[in-house]
Design a protein around this ligand. Structure first.
Ligand code: NAD
Length: 431
């Protein structure tokens, strides 16, 4: 059992802290956002993540998990300190490290003995050294800084933390490495033990490759559309190549979004630039993604005509992926902006993300609480997130409710032939 402080209780910090308490450790989650901590102390979750609320409640009850804004107390009471603060992009795409640096200063100011400082935030190569420098300017005793990037996927974050594909530990200290190996000893998985800079790079390179796969298959999809091939079958055929792999990110769609891929692609382009090299592939990945996010409007115009003024369009799915309410960089936002610029009457439905969406979209759209009613009298239904309930919906009833039988599906969730046979004008991606 270790005493742990987690600085930053966002997606990563809250999931990490909660799961570590579930593994039997004593965890203090600390954040500068007073309202977040106040809500957490009342049992209100700042994010939606499957299974998280129950786990938080149980571990708070068992007194293994608590939340505070008192960073000094959290650090002083802990032998392990995680940094899990945000690393958002700056205007030029480079990584804003102000939160990491301020967390490092808080740690330096409150050191009272040997601690292992673990960086879980996604940070440019060399940031571990900067954290070490900041802490050592403020504290003259012994400590270690370790890089331990996080690979959880939003929507399945708790499961991913408990069942990781691998654990990466970047360290220059055998003592710290041992602490981390002990901490994760109950999670049976492959461990990659390396130096700090390599660990930092593994995280960027992994996200950059996944984003590349998405832009790659979207480019293939666009050719398939022009030439009459089916991208879903192309992906199926590709995945059976063991070098590509069954789980390769080859689902054509509206482009990647979320809090990680867009920012990490930009970040690595900038890191390459600052190192005196150029990551041409990633620059193309980013351009392809921007174009893909904008590729639905022409498809909608194809069925409704160029003038969309006063048309009724319903959007299903707002979050960037199912099972999360994270709206950061969601492709739905691009489509909604394009449609609202054209005076479309937009109605939206998302099972989880509507409260988060309201903070961004305000009154530009009408929020529908009933999936079925949301399509009543619609000229077109646009599907932006592949929520399971959309796949299993009664399409006959949908058809009877819609004014015009147009569906633009950016996630390829229905069978084109069946949709045609049912009388829909159905447009999807790369089929
Ligand atoms: P987030 O924005 O959800 O949360 C960050 C939290 O840190 C916020 O609550 C903020 O108030 C807090 N914070 C900022 N400065 C602080 C300080 N000095 N002291 C205490 N708290 C502070 O961010 P996130 O999505 O959890 O991402 C955190 C890091 O993890 C990023 O580097 C991200 O790239 C990486 N990451 C995220 C994911 C993901 O799916 N979200 C997955 C893997 C890695």
């Amino acid at each position: 059992m270790k005493k742990i402080a987690v600085i930053g209780v966002g997606y990563v910090g809250l999931v990490t802290g909660t799961c570590l308490s579930e593994l039997g450790n004593e965890v203090i989650g600390v954040d500068i956002d007073k309202s977040k901590i106040k809500a957490l102390n009342k049992g209100i979750m700042p994010i939606y993540e499957q299974g998280l609320e129950e786990l938080v409640r149980e571990n708070v009850k068992q007194k293994r998990l608590c939340f505070t804004t008192d960073v000094a107390q959290a650090i002083k009471n802990s032998e392990i300190v995680f940094i899990a603060v945000g690393t958002p992009p700056l205007a030029d795409g480079s990584v804003n490290l102000e939160y990491v640096k301020s967390a490092a200063e808080s740690i330096g100011n409150n050191m009272n003995g040997y601690k292992v400082i673990i960086n879980k935030s996604t940070v440019p190569i060399g940031t571990g050294d900067s954290v070490k420098r900041i802490v050592s300017e403020l504290y003259k005793g012994d400590f270690d800084v370790v890089s331990n990037p996080e690979f959880l996927r939003e929507g399945t974050a708790v499961y991913d933390f408990m069942n990781p594909d691998r654990i990466v530990i970047g360290s220059s200290s055998i003592k710290a490495e041992k602490v981390l190996c002990e901490l994760y000893s109950s999670l049976s998985t492959d461990m990659v033990i390396t130096d700090i800079k390599t660990a930092e790079m593994i995280k960027y390179a992994s996200n950059a490759l996944l984003a590349t796969e998405i832009s790659f298959i979207n480019s293939v999809a666009n050719i398939c559309e022009k030439l009459g091939a089916d991208v879903t079958k192309v992906a199926e055929g590709m995945r059976l190549d063991k070098r590509i792999g069954k789980k390769a990110f080859l689902d054509a769609g509206p482009g990647y979004g979320g809090s990680c891929f867009p920012k990490d692609v930009k970040g690595l382009i900038q890191i390459a630039h600052e190192s005196g090299t150029r990551f041409n592939i990633l620059e193309a990945v980013e351009d392809t993604n921007t174009a893909q996010k904008q590729s639905l409007l022409p498809k909608i115009q194809q069925v409704l005509g160029n003038d969309l003024h006063e048309k009724n369009i319903t959007i299903w799915g707002l979050a960037f992926k199912p099972h999360t309410d994270d709206m950061r960089e969601a492709p739905s936002l691009t489509v909604i902006k394009q449609l609202s610029d054209r005076d479309v009457k937009i109605r939206v439905f998302d099972p989880i993300a509507m409260e988060q969406a309201k903070k961004i979209l305000g009154e530009t759209v009408v929020y529908e609480n009933d999936l079925m009613k949301s399509v009543k009298d619609a000229d077109c239904l646009v599907i932006m997130t592949e929520w399971p309930e959309f796949k299993s919906i009664d399409l006959k009833q949908i058809k009877s409710l819609m004014k015009k039988k147009n569906i633009v599906d950016s996630r390829n969730i229905y069978n084109p032939k069946e949709m045609k046979d049912m009388g829909f004008e159905y447009t999807s991606v790369g089929r």
